[in-house]
Every structure is written in C-alpha cells, then in structure tokens.
Design a protein around this ligand. Structure first.
Ligand SMILES: Nc1nc2c(ncn2[C@@H]2O[C@H](COP(=O)(O)OP(=O)(O)OP(=O)(O)O)[C@@H](O)[C@H]2O)c(=O)[nH]1
Ligand SMILES: [Mg+2]
Length: 199
C-alpha cells in the first residue's frame, strides 16, 4: 500500500514455565487465539506465535507452551538455555505451585550462567478468589526479590493476558542493550549488573 512503510518485526522466543495445571496453555491460547479453553487440554508441548506492538515497534513472539509434568526436563532445559524471555507461572489457588517457582528460578540461573534472564512472574486464576491460597503480597514480595515485573491475571481476560506479553517484551528490550555493552566493553570498569542474574 502506498505510503505504508513495513518494518520487520523483531523476533523473540518466550517460554512459559510452571507446575502442572497452573494455566500455561490457557494463557497462550487466550493470547494467540483470543479464547479461553474451558476444558482441561491434554498436556502437550505446543508453539504459538503472534505479532504485538510494544513501544510503537512490532515484536514477533514465538511462545513455547511447556508441560508442567517433569518427563520433558531435558527439552525444557534446552528452552531455558536458548530462549529470550520467560513467563514463570503459579496458580494463586495452589500454594504448591507457588513453592515450585523458586527452585525453577534457581535452575534457570544455573542453566543460563551469566546470560540475562528477562522474566515476568505471573499468578494465574485470579478470578477464583474464593479458592485463593497465595496472597497477592507473597507474589509481589518474590518479584521484588527477583527484581522482575509481577502480575496476577485470569486467562479469561484478554486485556490482562496481553499485559503479560507486553511486559515480557519490555524486560527483554530493557536487558538487551546491556548485553551488547557486556560483549564489547568500551571501558574496563563497566560491569554487568549482577542483580539481574543468578549464577
Ligand atoms: N478459572 C480459571 N481457570 C483457569 C485459568 N487458567 C487455566 N484455567 C483452568 O485450569 C486448568 C489447567 O489449565 P491449563 O492451561 O491446561 O494448564 P497447564 O499449565 O497448561 O497444564 P500442563 O500443560 O498440564 O502443565 C484448565 O481446566 C483451565 O481451564 C484461569 O485463569 N481461571
Ligand atoms: Mg498445558
């Protein structure tokens, strides 16, 4: 179309991680397909993709929907090592799923070494307030320890789900320039900001 300049979208691979049934597939399906799957889908690893605009720039997201069950650990480790950003999920209705995110974050730190870990911590199923086992303050506290954004969402809300992915793109962008500084240090005294990493 005349006058329309097409800008290539920057590509990012984003991995969804969390225990069984926290709502990874529901989140990805709402984001990419605009619907909430009421039925519990069989746990399969799946890929979704979508272009969104963040800071007036297009971002092409390839979303890896991992399975919570631990039998695909090796594959999950590969995704942790080789992806650009992460959404770490727990269900606000499951204390066990909240307890599981700390070891997961530690594993991410070990696997990535000095590589940045752009991540967003997400408490899911916020619509099920009567069944809540994890307080909003607990999620907020953990995110402040990890220095990452935190959101409580329901996969029934497209708006909330979109915010998760906007935030993860912002995190990936915020960390990317610092990575370049690290690879080509201009002054030897410039060091990598350690608070973003575990390792
Ligand atoms: N009420 C409510 N139910 C949800 C929400 N997100 C997911 N669910 C339900 O929780 C169940 C599990 O959701 P899934 O998306 O399959 O969970 P998962 O994390 O992909 O699970 P695995 O693939 O087995 O690891 C399904 O019955 C969903 O409909 C939510 O935000 N609110
Ligand atoms: Mg799933």
């Amino acid at each position: 179309m005349e006058g329309l300049v097409q800008r290539p979208a920057k590509g990012y691979r984003v991995v969804l991680l969390g225990s069984v049934a926290v709502g990874k597939t529901a989140l990805a399906t709402q984001f990419a397909c605009g619907s909430f799957p009421e039925q519990c889908e069989p746990s399969v690893e799946d890929l979704f993709s979508k272009v969104i605009e963040v800071n007036a720039k297009p971002a092409l997201l390839e979303i890896v929907d991992t399975v919570g069950a631990e039998h695909l650990v090796t594959l999950k480790d590969l995704y942790i090592k080789n992806s650009d950003g992460f959404v770490v999920l727990y269900s606000v209705c499951s204390e066990a799923s909240f307890e599981a995110v700390r070891p997961l974050r530690e594993r991410m730190g070990r696997l990535r070494g000095p590589k940045a870990v752009p991540l967003v911590l997400v408490g899911t199923k916020a619509d099920l307030d009567a069944e809540r086992q994890v307080l909003t303050a607990q999620g907020r506290e953990l995110a402040s320890e990890w220095r990452c954004p935190f959101l409580e969402v329901t996969a029934k809300s497209k708006l909330m789900v979109d915010q998760v992915f906007t935030q993860v793109v912002r995190e990936m962008e915020a960390l990317a320039p610092r990575q370049e500084v690290r690879q080509i240090p201009i002054h030897p005294q410039i060091t990598w900001p350690s608070e973003r990493f575990i390792g």
